[in-house]
Design a binder for this molecule. Structure first.
Ligand code: SF4
Ligand code: SF4
Length: 435
């Protein structure tokens, strides 16, 4: 066992209201500069939708920077030095500004004086660069309201190859928000893709950073990151990415996005993991086994053996204690309600998600009963509006069983807490039924 410490995050998607406070405060803190107008270390995308940058999950389209070796290690696609250089010069997999969006500003005159209308907005945004009206056809949140969400949802579902499982009749459309930051992966392909060795993973807390002095602007990290969470600063000519707010974390305060999150949905914590298991887990062939394999890399911080090994590895006692108190380990391993985003990318992401349970809708609409009441609990799960297949495609490489298990747990907890809040006798059979 080789114990290492890692900063990690769990986000509870049921609580995200899509207010974008996290994105705005992050931008004010880190990317409020020339050269980073289009850069969002934190973004919140509407699902189903095309994401940010557009269709970044379509790995056939974008995955150009790295390949997976048989041992699970990620490496540059090309072999020798010359081929490597050729790959760099012909890096064809970079998203263009159209795949992010052209930074824009409001036309304030029009905004205030435009005539009343049935729909809004009526003014087109203006490009910050050319000053011209923009022909906006999509954005990471285009699917919220007036953007033809049905069409984009269909595109998203087709991209995932689950169109035979997810019905898209209009009354069955669904949406939720997916906030995203860099995953600070245990097996970071951005670092593997960098020819200059400028991207590194801090050994003490696993935060992945770009050394600005060493970066030569090759942008292989941009194409190499399957989550597209490295950005190119066109002013400095260097790559930039989320720093997990390390200057704040180092002095014991949370990341800006966590501190300002209106939904209070971001759980931060230190986890201990077995570094010897990482490549083994990343190289498992069966994609459905990846979620369990990635979870198995985390070590129980209550286990005296783990604590002893952590101390021998030089992890400070107060960090080991912090790992013991971490909500992240509990949510991932003890309660088993948090899931990784796209484990099939095999970078071992360290931002996990509690999938959205709501809206529980028409489970008992004919009788008018409350779908979230204990008697209707599992009927409600079976009638969830967000298809389990869709969530499984995001979080468990398509395996629906773990997602179904999590949703049942969340429904049971909701029903159980409702009983307590209403002063009813609690039904202990509910938590027992879902473990
Ligand atoms: Fe690197 Fe992308 Fe993983 Fe972040 S999400 S550590 S940028 S590979
Ligand atoms: Fe969601 Fe919190 Fe960001 Fe608002 S601040 S969009 S609730 S993650």
């Amino acid at each position: 066992m080789r114990v290492m410490a890692q900063m990690a995050m769990v986000m509870n998607l049921d609580k995200c209201i899509g207010c974008h406070t996290c994105s705005v405060t992050c931008k004010q803190a880190w990317t409020n500069r020339t050269g980073t107008e289009y850069v969002w270390f934190n973004n919140v995308e509407t699902r189903p939708g095309l994401g940010y940058p557009r269709t970044y999950e379509d790995q056939e389209e974008w995955q150009g920077g790295w390949v997976r070796k048989p041992n699970g290690r990620l490496a540059l696609r090309s072999g020798g030095r010359i081929r490597k250089l050729l790959t760099i010069f012909s890096n064809p997999k970079l998203p263009s500004i159209d795949d992010y969006y052209e930074p824009w500003t409001y036309d304030y005159d029009n905004l205030l004086s435009s005539p009343q209308s049935d729909t809004f907005p009526v003014a087109r945004p203006k490009s910050l660069i050319t000053g011209a009206d923009m022909n906006v056809e999509w954005s990471a949140n285009w699917d919220d309201d007036l953007g033809g969400s049905h069409e984009h949802a269909a595109r998203d579902v087709m991209l995932r190859g689950i169109e035979d499982k997810v019905k898209l009749e209009f009354e069955q459309t669904f949406m939720f928000y997916l906030p995203r930051i860099c995953e600070h992966c245990l097996n970071p392909s951005c670092a593997a893709s960098c020819p200059s060795g400028a991207i590194y993973k801090r050994s003490e807390d696993g935060i992945v950073l770009v050394d600005q002095d060493r970066c030569r602007g090759w942008r292989m990290c941009v194409s190499g990151c399957p989550y597209k969470k490295v950005y190119f600063n066109h002013k400095t000519g260097k790559a930039e990415k989320c720093t997990f707010c390390y200057p704040r974390v180092e002095v014991g305060i949370p990341t800006v996005c966590s501190e300002t999150c209106v939904g209070r949905l971001r759980y931060l914590g230190l986890v201990l993991y077995d570094a010897d298991k990482v490549l083994e887990a990343a190289s498992i062939e069966d994609e459905h086994a990846l979620y369990d394999a990635q979870r198995a890399c985390f070590l129980d911080p209550h286990d005296p053996e783990v604590r002893r090994a952590a101390a021998e590895a030089g992890i400070p006692a107060d960090w080991i204690e912090a790992a013991r108190k971490s909500p992240v380990w509990r949510l991932i391993n003890e309660y088993q309600v948090a899931l990784p985003l796209h484990p099939e990318y095999r970078t071992m992401p360290m931002v996990w998600y509690i999938p959205p349970l709501s809206p529980v809708v028409d489970a008992v609409k004919d009788t008018g009963e409350d779908a979230e009441d204990r008697g209707n609990l599992f009927a409600a799960i079976d009638a969830l509006r967000i298809p389990v297949e869709y969530l499984a495609n995001l979080f468990t490489a398509g395996d629906t069983a773990p997602v179904d298990r999590v949703l049942r747990k969340l429904a049971a907890m909701r029903s159980y807490m409702r009983d307590i809040n209403l002063g009813r006798d609690v039904d202990d059979a509910i938590p027992a039924a879902v473990g």
